[in-house]
Design a protein around this ligand. Sequence first.
Ligand code: FES
Ligand SMILES: [Fe+2]
Length: 334
Amino acid sequence: MVKDQVLAKDWISVAYSQDIGTEPVPVTVLEERIVLFRTQEGVQAFKDLCIHRGAALSLGKVVDDCIVCPYHGWKYDTEGKCVKIPQQPAEQTIPPKAKAIVYPCVERYGVIWVKLEEGALENETAVPFYEEYEDSSFRTVHAEPYVLHAAAPRVVENFLDASHLAFVHDGLLGDSAFPEIPDYSVNWKENRYVSDEIPVYADADGSGNYATIYYTFEILRPMTARLKKVNYSNNQILSMLFTVLPHDERKTTVFALVTRNYALDQPDEYFRDFQKRVIEQDAGIVESQKPEELPLDLQAELHLKADRVSIAYRRWLGELGVTYGSDVTGVKKR
Ligand code: FES
Ligand SMILES: [Fe+2]
């Protein structure tokens, strides 16, 4: 049984499409071991366990669009049905119970998303929406997956935090001489939280050219958020889809899609390196936070008006009933 019944029914990002081929890859999602592999029908996500003697299917290989267990060669098709048991005569029927556990799995925006349990959540439509990815005037870079030794909700909240830019990313995304955050609000729109535009004054690219960049944060799902940064003086837009994979309550991988409508001919490496520098700066801070779990009771820790996005995030996790990586002490049950 998956530990968090809310996250179990949500789409969780588990890998980039480019990293999954016919070679099986094991991934731990919410402490469940799964295996990803590609067939002609697309990417498959199975429980990483053979029903025969419990061996890890990820140690096996893909043959004829089936995954073959490394231990005794049982062969499972894309529906998880066992289609061959080499120790049995071919004419003997295979017991219908000989099945691998298959998870719903989709690919979108070059990301593989898995649900550990069937069933839709309240307000949930599909995989979070990221329209810039399909817009031909934009170009997307998939930042290197980054592992943090921290609870997923702490990692997501850090992404939603405008106040830290001037400090943690001084000279890169913000300027410690201009730390003030004007008042703004956060509103529920259709199926997500959206902030007003938050101005951040900074020398955004280290070139010495100061400008006001307007940040809009959106909380799409418990483990997925996005950000839009607009420089109105030159109409440059940079959007980001930020989605995390909780391996366990202390280890989280970040997948970030960085999408821009400018410098389209600049090598992607530049944007990948920039994103890596940013997250390396965040990592030290987020890994230091205590308690490790994100406190969902709004009476715990202190909040400023500038923290409205993270307040909305904590409140929403509490309302949805997310407990994983969260401290729910003092939060009323719905
Ligand atoms: S454990 Fe997989 S075939 Fe025996
Ligand atoms: Fe940051």
